[in-house]
Design a protein around this ligand. Structure first.
Ligand code: BV8
Ligand code: ZN
Length: 256
């Protein structure tokens, strides 16, 4: 949305319809994807491929096979992403979602592995794809803390050894082909099934089973509003699509 678009009668009408759809008094569920963090300067999953990483496909790197094939390269990629996120700040979209808690119940369900919702002040956040910073042993699962990431990108880093076995620290994220952690997943399904309204922000809606959540709400007759400047894999589930960046539109959309 450029400022010009924001002034068009069409966009103002869409905004009014979206505010109406979200106006129920029950819980608001916010489903966020990487587009939520785009205005914080965090590259989306596919845009992370800059510099050292531009020749790799992230869907190849974010897999157990890649870890088995070249652990130290994958570990270096994740540590670099930790560094990028540590230097980023929540944007007005994250802050608007956090402020909405002041006047209604808000449940955040995020595909993102960053901590920007929490740093903005959101207190109920379910990470269905895990968290970059929750390191654990790749063998016995013991939680580990690999400490702050190095400030420079490297093409190979050796993760620290587990204190309980000869395993190594791995990122606390869900790789392609891995099951989602049951607690956040079950909480996410329960939240979208009993929400007054669902707001989907910044996801291409390609990765399953997270992409099925808006449909769970729509099938239950719950209004679904999508904020995304581009097209996404969502369609029939969405009542109102605001084609605008999250940071620009969420403050007005979520204001009491
Ligand atoms: C599973 C963590 C059961 C890692 C991620 C074959 C074999 C095995 C599995 C499968 C298979 N075929 C399909 C599958 C299932 C697979 C899947 O869905 N694959 C896809 C590629 C088809 N899913 C899984 O494997 C899941 N597990 O199914 O377990 C199972 C087990 C074994 C075998 C079968 C089934 C696990 C999936 C989790 C993967 N981990 N992240 C890491 O981060 O390193 S996924 C990762 O990519 C993100 O978390 C996100 O979910 C997804 C997409 O990321 P992005 O593209 O960056 O972001 P997004 O899609 O959200 O796009 C950005 C959007 O923002 C765009 O639409 C853009 O327009 C918009 N935007 C841009 N700027 C803004 C904006 N919006 C608003 N404001 C802006 N300013
Ligand atoms: Zn271990």
């Amino acid at each position: 949305m450029t400022s010009g678009e924001a002034e068009t009668p069409g966009f103002r009408e869409q905004m009014s319809k979206a505010r109406q759809a979200l106006s129920g008094h029950g819980p608001l569920v916010v489903l966020s994807g990487a587009g939520m963090s785009a205005e914080s300067g965090v590259p989306t999953f596919r845009d992370a491929q800059t510099g050292l990483w531009e020749r790799y496909d992230p869907t190849d790197l974010a897999t157990p096979e890649a870890w088995r094939r070249d652990r130290d390269m994958v570990w270096a990629w994740y540590r670099w992403r930790e560094h990028l996120i540590s230097g980023a700040r929540p944007n007005p979209g994250h802050l608007a979602v956090a402020r909405a808690q002041d006047h209604r119940d808000v449940v955040v369900v995020t595909q993102n592995v960053d901590d920007l919702h929490e740093r903005a002040g959101s207190t109920l956040v379910h990470h269905v794809h895990g968290s970059l910073f929750a390191h654990r042993c790749d063998t016995c699962g013991t939680p580990m803390d690999a400490g702050p990431p190095p400030p420079e990108p490297a093409d190979s880093l050796t993760p620290p050894t587990c204190t309980r076995c000869d395993g190594r620290a791995r990122p606390g994220v869900v790789w392609f082909g891995e099951m989602l952690p049951s607690a956040p997943w079950e909480a996410a399904v329960s939240a979208v099934s009993s929400a007054a309204a669902v707001l989907v922000v910044g996801t291409s809606g390609l990765v399953q089973p997270a992409a099925s959540l808006p449909g769970v709400a729509a099938d239950a007759g719950i209004p679904v509003v999508e904020v995304n400047p581009g097209a996404s894999g969502l369609g029939r589930e969405v009542s109102v699509h605001l084609r605008a960046p999250a940071g620009q539109v969420l403050p007005g959309l979520l204001a009491p």
